[in-house]
Design a protein around this ligand. Structure first.
Ligand code: SAM
Length: 348
């Protein structure tokens, strides 16, 4: 069966078997990719028009108790210069962001015990009180269900937690034994049950990843049916155990973006910073493959370069929220435009 036929079937039935996923991913060609992107754009435009949603990303702490082998802010990286923003700092970021047109704030950080449930709930309710028309998204890793419930009750709307890789043995190759695919996935189901708009996702081209792993990721996405899917290439960081591993490619990342658009037509799909980091036109390529969200950095300038998940991570130029206008111009050059709205998912 040709790639085209599989892409047509995927669009029509919104799913494929594991074998079909493997065939489509491992047998991809530039021609099937072009065809996929055409279909993905049409589906994206049907549901979201030419709008690009923006989220203000606030990286509020780079302390982390975990030791993921790929990540630059892992606890064993003694060269990382650690910082924490105060609640006041975070609110100033939101203030700046609101003025720029952001209506979603994403609070992302390492797994930092200083930010207890009390402190987090207080931060969330302060933001919601001041800007009730905004959505608050949390991305602070694994916590017990009761903690997620507290943040939700405090007003958090959405939660981002990439599953990283569905396959348990592959997960173990990327993380120390204290972490498991099983618990990570359990957290996602908990978040869904509580009522969050949930985002999950994975790195493309992470070490030891196979087409079989990616097929399993697609099957998991179908099952979880999240509101958002964040994927980006793995990019090595020089102070991690994976420093010498090859990074993921633009080519495979945008192919996976197109597949996800056809699998979950109404999902929110960011064209990620990591994609923009490995190619100057990565962001545009992601949008043209079916993505519909960008997440510019709203963190204070002096801490931005400390949230270094991988080498050369973008944090200035068009990555900076202040350059929203030039980002909008870049989107317009390819026929899209940034919109000022909460940008809720239609995949409810
Ligand atoms: N601690 C929270 C968590 O675990 O979900 C949020 C922060 S974590 C740094 C955010 C995401 O960064 C991870 O889900 C991972 O996929 C991504 N990431 C970390 N290191 C990376 C790397 N070297 N290349 C690409 N993405 C990376």
């Amino acid at each position: 069966e040709s790639g085209r036929e599989l892409i047509d079937r995927l669009e029509q039935t919104r799913g494929l078997t594991r074998e079909e996923w493997i065939t489509l991913i491992s047998g991809r060609t530039p021609e099937t990719a072009e065809y996929l992107f055409e279909r993905a754009r049409e589906v994206r435009i049907r549901h979201y028009g030419h709008d690009v949603y923006i989220r203000g990303l606030i990286e509020f702490t780079n302390y982390c108790k975990n030791d993921c082998y790929y990540c630059g802010i892992r606890k064993s990286n003694a060269n990382a210069s650690r910082y924490r923003l105060t609640e006041e700092d975070i609110l100033s970021c939101c203030e700046l962001g609101y003025g720029l047109g952001f209506r979603t704030f994403v609070l992302q950080g390492g797994e930092d015990g200083w930010f207890t449930d009390d402190r987090m709930a207080h931060i969330v309710s302060s933001i919601k009180e001041k800007w009730p028309d905004c959505a608050v998204t949390l991305s602070i890793g694994e916590r017990p269900r009761a903690s997620y419930q507290r943040f939700y009750d405090a007003g958090a709307d959405r939660y981002l937690l990439r599953h990283e890789t569905f396959d348990h043995s592959h997960y173990r190759m990327l993380h120390p034994e204290s972490l498991s695919a099983e618990y990570r996935q359990k957290c996602l189901w908990n978040l869904k049950e509580i009522g969050y708009q949930v985002g999950t996702g994975f790195m493309v081209g992470s070490p030891y990843q196979t087409p079989e792993n990616l097929a399993d990721d697609m099957l998991f996405l179908k099952k979880l049916n999240p509101q958002m899917v964040g994927i980006g290439p793995f990019v090595p960081h020089h102070d991690t155990p994976f420093a010498g591993q090859p990074g993921g490619t633009v080519e495979l990342t945008i192919f996976m973006l197109g597949l996800i658009r056809l699998l979950l037509p109404k999902v929110l799909l960011p064209s990620t910073t990591a994609l923009g980091t490995i190619a100057p036109d990565g962001r545009e390529k992601g949008i043209l493959a079916g993505a519909n969200v960008v997440m510019p950095n709203l963190s204070p300038a002096q801490v931005r370069e400390k949230y270094l998940l991988y080498d050369n991570k973008l944090c200035t130029g068009d990555e900076a929220a202040e350059s929203l206008r030039s980002l909008d111009e870049r989107m317009k050059a390819i026929g899209y435009h940034i919109t000022v709205s909460r940008g809720d998912s239609l995949n409810m």
